[in-house]
Design a protein around this ligand. Structure first.
Ligand SMILES: Nc1ncnc2c1ncn2[C@@H]1O[C@H](COP(=O)(O)OP(=O)(O)OP(=O)(O)O)[C@@H](O)[C@H]1O
Ligand SMILES: [Mg+2]
Length: 367
């Protein structure tokens, strides 16, 4: 069991700073996920921990051992750090079979031969690759190669697993199955997992804590899944964690209106009254947090589109000139008689609203 600690770590490439004074710690036994957009520096963090990159400054500590401290000229080699790693490109040995790939870390650790076979078979079974033991990587699909890499990281029973987008090439079913599997493995082995992804669904499902990484390489929030989802600290985090409606609002004579055409909208929470001082601010809500009805309370709205998507119904709704997305469980939608045809009018009640500063970064993307 081990903690991983970053202390004021900075890293640049060719004069471009990717990480600046980044500090955070991962508790032993937890699954810590870094969630952030492409290019923000997630893989760089993982490679620094694994020992494939050297920080420009700061310290990296694993357990009670400083593994990198450039001020002291210290940087332990990757093989000295005893980590299980799955890289984003899942680099498996092309000339080794599945079994040889998976057994390799055990050879490195001088595990006795009889145990090697049993342990590698267990890891191969765990990732659903039984029957493929003698194949070479070029005889496998991308998802299968990714699973070989996962088995190879698991086989060594390391205290720490570093997983960089390990499920991206798997189909939806297998991805779901594997994320439960990773969680199970973590529970069984008590290992510490650093999981890197831009997939918020996987992050929410698997993590004890999630760090939201911004395009500038900072962590804007580190918290458990429920908190980052329910209480995002800023617009970036809110938008990154799922389908998000972001409506630009303005305050006129103490009333909150949609900025586009001045239509009255949900009143700004008192707690966020300070936002009213800015010319515009943002009302954010998830598609599931709106209740539609044919009559009764709520804002007057128009149904622009209503699509049945299996167990959910997806709507595009308009208030004044501003459109947004709403979703309902199909069962509830049928029960509440809200399967509309385009052009019908309806009422909309907003259950849960988040208020943010307008950072002028978002474009409204409506599908
Ligand atoms: N060896 C390198 N040489 C030069 N630039 C690098 C190197 N490694 C990473 N970078 C740069 O650092 C930044 C962060 O890269 P990184 O691979 O960590 O992104 P990421 O968050 O993992 O993105 P993705 O989700 O696409 O994998 C990028 O701008 C990248 O071009
Ligand atoms: Mg990456």
């Amino acid at each position: 069991m081990a903690d991983i600690i970053f202390k004021n770590v900075s890293k640049s490439f060719e004069g471009k700073q990717v990480l600046k004074d980044l500090s955070f710690s991962i508790r032993s036994g937890e699954c810590f996920t870094i969630l952030g957009p492409s290019g923000c520096g997630k893989t760089v963090v993982l490679r620094l921990i694994a020992g494939f990159e050297i920080p420009d400054s700061g310290q990296i500590i694993i357990g009670d051992e400083v593994v990198a401290d450039p001020d002291k000229g210290l940087c332990k080699a990757p093989e000295e750090r005893l980590l299980g790693v799955v890289f984003q490109d899942y680099a498996v040995w092309p000339h080794k079979t599945v079994r040889q790939n998976v057994t390799y870390p055990l050879e490195m650790q001088n595990v006795p031969k009889e145990q090697r076979r049993e342990r590698s078979q267990r890891a191969i079974d765990m990732v659903n690759l039984s029957g493929y033991e003698d194949r070479l990587p070029n005889q496998l699909s991308g998802g299968q190669q990714q699973r070989v890499a996962l088995a190879r990281a698991l086989v060594a029973n390391s205290d720490i697993l570093l997983l960089d987008e390990p499920l991206t090439n798997l189909d939806a079913n297998l991805r779901e199955e594997m994320r439960f599997e990773i969680k199970e493995i973590q529970k069984k082995t008590n290992s510490t997992i650093l999981y890197v992804t831009h997939d918020q669904e996987v992050a929410l499902a698997i993590s004890d804590r999630i760090a939201i990484m911004t395009p500038t390489g900072d962590f804007c929030q580190i918290s458990d899944a429920e908190t980052v989802y329910e209480h995002p600290v800023n617009l970036f985090g809110f938008r990154f964690l799922g389908v998000a409606n972001c409506l630009r609002c303005t305050q006129k004579n103490d009333k909150t209106c949609l900025a586009e055409d001045g239509t009255p909208f949900v009143q700004l929470d008192e707690e966020y009254a300070f936002l009213a001082a800015s010319p515009t601010f943002i009302a954010g809500f998830r598609p599931m947090d709106v209740q539609l009805s044919r009559t009764g309370d709520g804002f007057d709205a128009v149904v622009e589109r209503c699509t049945l998507l299996g167990n959910i119904v997806d709507y595009r709704i308009r208030i004044g000139k501003t459109s947004f997305r709403v979703q309902a469980q199909t069962e509830d939608a049928i029960q509440n008689d809200i399967i509309f045809t385009a052009g019908e009018s309806c009422k909309a009640i907003f259950d849960e609203m988040h208020w943010f500063e307008d950072d002028h970064t978002f474009e409204e993307v409506l599908v």
